[in-house]
Write a protein that binds this ligand. Structure first.
Ligand SMILES: Nc1ncnc2c1ncn2[C@@H]1O[C@H](COP(=O)(O)OP(=O)(O)OP(=O)(O)O)[C@@H](O)[C@H]1O
Length: 225
């Protein structure tokens, strides 16, 4: 699904990732951890084609990413849902309108989508907040709205960058549970996080692989987690 072979990434002269060899299989669950600035966001950006490796090889859905033209990138991104670290919403649109925006941009709205949207808002526990404006939402509501927006296109992969960063534990667990449910529905999930508690909690429920990024290298974390 996402395959890296001796892949690396540099911002100009600054080498961030080296020699990454990894396969993210359909339906798998990965945590990505490591110190601040280690390159977790950079790695996720490669996974959703915002960046391409500057060396080595990377495949996405069985195709070498270097062969993707703009159209391929746009089509492929629809198969990847992203919860960004600081998710941005359009403040003049309701939560419901913000969540459906990716489909609207892709010209894919209709009565069926409206139904799916209601189901999705219900699933994330935001049905009663559907017509609220983003500035009126709490941190936990924003994160769940970000998750709904990430999955509105029914992606095969869900990437989440610090999805529980500013949340209290009860809300963090709630967001985690939603991500675990998505994985049970067959989606590959990758979560970048500093929160070891979150990783331990998830490991009780899912067969998650923990990857640690440090000094530009990606390693499998030990069993002490
Ligand atoms: N667009 C950019 N141009 C140049 N350097 C960048 C760019 N984006 C990130 N960096 C640098 O790359 C390194 C890795 O950043 P990245 O955001 O991927 O780390 P991270 O592990 O996600 O950090 P955090 O946990 O703090 O979010 C950092 O040193 C950062 O300053």
């Amino acid at each position: 699904m996402i395959g890296f072979e001796q892949a690396g990434f540099s911002y100009g002269q600054d080498r961030i990732l080296s020699d990454v060899t990894l396969d993210i299989a359909p339906g798998s669950f990965h945590f990505l951890t490591g110190p601040s600035g280690a390159g977790k966001t950079t790695f996720l950006k490669m996974c959703y084609l915002a960046l391409r490796p500057t060396d080595g090889r990377m495949q996405l859905f069985d195709r070498d990413v270097m062969t993707f033209d703009r159209n391929d990138v746009a089509l492929t991104r629809r198969r990847i849902g992203v919860m960004h670290q600081n998710c941005v919403f359009l403040d003049h649109l309701t939560l419901r309108e913000n969540v459906v925006l990716p489909l609207q941009v892709a010209g894919r709205v209709g009565p069926e989508v409206e139904r799916d949207l209601d189901d999705l808002l219900d699933w994330v526990g935001l049905a009663s907040r559907a017509y609220a404006l983003p500035p009126e939402l709490s941190g936990g509501e924003r994160q769940r709205a970000a998750l709904a927006r990430a999955v509105i296109s029914a992606p095969d992969i869900v990437l989440a960058d610090e999805p529980t960063g500013n949340l209290d534990w009860a809300m963090a667990e709630r967001v985690l549970r939603l991500l675990v449910e998505l994985n049970r529905l067959g989606k590959a999930v990758v979560i970048a996080t500093h929160d070891m508690n979150l990783i331990r909690t998830a490991k009780a429920d899912v067969n998650a692989r923990v990857l640690r990024l440090a000094r530009g290298r990606l390693q499998m974390a030990g069993a002490d987690l």
